[in-house]
Design a protein around this ligand. Structure first.
Ligand code: DI6
Ligand code: FE
Length: 397
């Protein structure tokens, strides 16, 4: 089929957004066969069935490259506590925070976890999202981590969306290992990773490198196993303080380092050298009323690709709108709307190692979003408005 009479934001090439007016996209076999100006349509594609898009905008399908969308319960009570003055770290140290979601996630059946996650996934799909990453990390015991990852895989079967899973066993120390962090890594985290990998449940390995979570040395043990298993790594780094997580991630050629509010110029340099994507998560910054901004100027100077993602989780970012996330990235961090859209497409794809997604180009999978807007800057500009017209998934409109 040939989509024509459209503006294309191809997200590659030399022009802003890779914008093409009076454009067309030829789709064949679930992939993009050709994209460009209608006037230059190759003869071979002129026989395809045509769909007139009425001048609408076509972008790559959006990609949410950092979510904890599978989780039990919610933390609205902590939201209230924070409004009364408690900090995120105080709540975590008092046994709330991630550990409270762990209790709910352990108690939930696979069917319950799936049923609670699907409406959140549907909210993303309704905004033109065609791929998401989902982390484990609220099980923190072998069987519960496996359960979360199975639910994540199920979401890819239940919905028309591409999925990448990340094993996040090093997310928090569960209460039964309090004060015994190294034993948790050796007795639970590493065996769970081996088992999950052997069951084909893991696409990448993540960790939380932070004072309230794991030290760089503890994360290193997890990354070393990932390397042995041939799995790429990524890391929650420099979110609340600078412990050197971004540099550690770069040493392991990480796909991404995420959050990064407390990262510095040297971290940006190391990430640039390793080709590690900076995943910017304005939902957590907003929710925690963080004041420290991620060093965007350093990322730009050193040529670090920046992605944006929801970080959808029940504690620090109960957010299921990638469009709102893009708006927040612009308003809170002064990203340009072009950077925000690149962050939710081409750079998000890279943060997932998904090399056939995130741009409109021959050979890419035909995952597209079609919008009732004139210019791509409008996607970041409105707050809480969804201009999606239709989504194309695997070449199907
Ligand atoms: N950083 C985050 O923002 C989420 N995980 C992490 O390591 C928060 C998870 C939570 O509070 O439940
Ligand atoms: Fe996160």
């Amino acid at each position: 089929m040939l989509l024509h009479n459209a503006t294309l934001a191809c997200m590659e090439g030399d022009t802003p957004y890779g914008l093409i007016r009076d454009g067309a996209v030829a789709l064949a076999g679930g992939h993009i066969a050709w994209a460009g100006a209608m006037a230059e349509l190759p003869e071979v594609f002129s026989v395809l069935d045509r769909i007139d898009l009425g001048g609408r905008l076509v972008t790559p399908g959006l990609i949410d490259c950092h979510t904890h969308i599978v989780h039990g319960g919610n933390r609205a009570g902590e939201f209230e506590l924070r409004l009364e003055g408690a900090s995120y770290e105080e709540i975590a140290r008092a046994g709330g925070g991630i550990v409270s979601t762990v209790a709910h996630t352990r108690a939930a059946s696979e069917a319950e976890l799936l049923a609670s996650a699907l409406p959140r996934v549907d909210a993303l799909i309704a905004e033109g999202v065609t791929a998401i990453e989902i982390k484990s990390g609220y099980g923190l015991e072998v069987e519960s981590e496996l359960k979360m990852l199975r639910v994540a895989r199920r979401i890819g079967e239940e919905r028309a969306i591409r999925l990448r899973t990340s094993f996040l066993g090093a997310h928090a120390v569960p209460p039964e290992y309090a004060g015994n962090v190294d034993a948790y890594i050796g007795e639970v985290c590493l065996p769970a990773l081996k088992e999950a990998h052997s069951q084909g449940l893991v696409d990448a390995v993540d960790g939380f490198c932070e004072g309230i979570a794991f030290s760089p040395e503890q994360i290193r043990r997890v990354f070393e196993l990932a390397r042995q298993l041939g799995l790429p790594v990524k890391l929650h780094a420099e979110q609340l303080s600078n412990l050197g997580g971004a540099r550690l991630a770069a040493q392991f050629d990480a796909l991404s380092a995420d959050h990064l509010e407390y990262a510095n110029d040297g971290d940006a340099q190391a990430m640039a050298k390793a080709g590690t994507v900076a995943v910017i998560l304005p939902g957590a910054f907003y929710t925690l009323r963080e004041k420290q901004m991620p060093p965007l100027a350093a990322f730009r100077d050193h040529g670090v690709a920046m992605a944006v993602a929801t970080d959808c989780n029940p504690g620090s970012s109960p957010l299921t709108s990638l469009l709102l996330t893009m708006n927040m990235a612009c308003t809170l961090f002064r990203m340009t709307p072009q950077e925000a859209l690149a962050g939710a497409t081409i750079h998000a794809a890279r943060a997932l190692g998904m090399m056939d997604a995130g741009r409109i180009s021959a050979g890419m999978r035909a995952d597209l979003a079609i919008w009732d807007v004139e210019h791509p800057s409008e996607l970041s500009y409105r707050i809480g408005f969804n201009p999606l017209w239709k989504r194309v998934f695997g070449g199907i409109l």
